[in-house]
Design a protein around this ligand. Structure first.
Ligand code: ADP
Ligand code: PMV
Ligand code: MG
Length: 363
């Protein structure tokens, strides 16, 4: 028996969500809230004891799923991928996996978890076939709120699965956190992207990339550039607690783009410029009070412009607008983060505000 634990962070998107799916630049940063996965791979049973099972426990939800290895083999057949070569889940396989998930009778109130469970089955069987084992997942992140829980689920799951696969040589006797090499991280990222496709439909790859590599990144068409902030940047995250689904919102923007191709192309181009400018301002060093204030004012303006364009894309929500109006009473700029339609809102907390917080304002 071998056992590992892995964790991967969620993220905020400072600029460029949705437009990044259509080729624009975006800027994102990892946050200190993670998904945690533990994975135990069990040795094969003697033939007289049956063939064991693959188990998934979602501790926070109080749910446990189990599939016998023989059932998985009957439904999914013999062929599965080589763990060192990520491949996309074919539409046929998605259907077979969805049937296996349906057999688990997920309670109606938690049916939105089905895509995560399908993603688990795809990644597990692709990397470990039908070997018996158990995965336990917990998360610090609110699910479906724009903080990238889906990507951090995929990255931490793939990290744990690959650590006990032929693709990697991790010493499981050590108790310290083990850091993957750059090549290993790239493999984790590619598999996690395949998982995100099952959850998001058409992800840009920014969420799994920032969750895999951490820090702050500028991202466009799969290309990442690590960036460093020239001065501290403080963001308040407000969760509207309005539930939504990234897959539906991403599809909605694509439909709007196909109805109004020229107008939406201009929106995406404007976002591209905003993200590039934001990235340059974030990286520029700022030492004195004047340069810090000027920098923060530019960032606020770019956030407001990005929010306006997200409204053009049709992904804001009344609850998001309420947060925008409330923070504006304190002269603070905000924008939605992630897919929108509810979920979380980012507010820049400028240095003057942090040093001299104003008296409370009635909402
Ligand atoms: N810890 C988890 N366990 C199981 N599924 C998860 C977990 N975290 C995320 N997911 C899957 O990801 C979906 C949420 O992803 P998404 O709509 O992209 O929102 P976000 O990534 O912003 O949280 C959930 O509905 C679920 O299918
Ligand atoms: C809307 C999008 O730009 C970000 C989605 O983030 P989240 O799943 O809402 O955390 C989609 C993507 O880039 O894949
Ligand atoms: Mg997501």
């Amino acid at each position: 028996m071998a056992e590992v634990r892995a964790r991967a962070p969620g993220k905020i998107i400072l600029s460029g969500e949705h437009a990044v799916v259509h080729g624009s630049t975006a800027v994102a940063a990892a946050i200190d809230l993670c998904t945690h996965v533990s994975f135990r791979l069990d040795p094969p049973l003697p033939p007289e004891n049956g063939d064991g099972s693959v188990e998934l426990e979602l501790t926070d939800m109080g749910l446990v799923f189990s599939w016998s290895s023989s059932r998985l083999k009957v439904v999914l057949g013999d062929g599965f991928a080589d763990s060192s070569t990520p491949v996309s889940c074919s539409p046929g396989r998605i259907k077979l996996i969805a049937a296996l998930v349906e057999e688990q009778n997920i309670p109606e109130a938690k049916i939105w978890l089905s895509s995560g469970v399908s993603c688990f089955l795809y990644l597990y069987t692709s990397i470990h076939g039908y070997k018996r084992g158990k995965v336990v997942v917990t998360s610090d992140l609110p699910l479906g709120s724009g903080l990238g829980s889906s990507a951090s689920f995929c990255v931490s799951l793939v990290g744990a699965l690959l650590a006990l696969s032929d693709a990697m040589s991790v010493d499981t006797s050590q108790t310290e956190w083990f850091k993957f090499s750059k090549n290993e991280l790239e493999l984790v990222n590619r598999w996690a992207f395949e998982g995100e496709k099952i959850i998001h439909g058409k992800p840009s790859g920014i969420d799994n990339t920032v969750s895999t590599f951490g820090g702050m990144i500028q991202f466009r068409l799969g290309e990442l550039t690590h960036i460093k902030s020239g001065a501290p940047l403080r963001m308040l995250i407000t969760n509207t607690k309005v539930g939504r689904n990234t897959k539906a919102l991403v599809a909605g923007v694509s439909e709007r783009a196909s109805r109004h191709p020229d107008a939406m192309a201009s929106v995406f181009t404007a976002v591209d410029f905003i993200s590039k400018e934001l990235s340059a301002i974030i990286q520029a060093p700022a030492q004195d009070d004047i340069s810090i204030t000027a920098r923060e004012e530019k960032i606020e303006e770019l956030m407001e412009m990005n929010q306006g364009l997200l409204q053009c894309m049709g992904v804001s929500h009344a609850a998001i607008e309420t947060v925008l109006r409330t923070t504006l009473k304190y002269k603070l700029a905000s924008k939605l983060t992630g897919a929108g339609g509810g979920g979380c809102v980012l507010t820049l907390l400028p240095t003057y505000f942090v040093l001299n917080p104003p008296l409370p304002v009635r909402c």
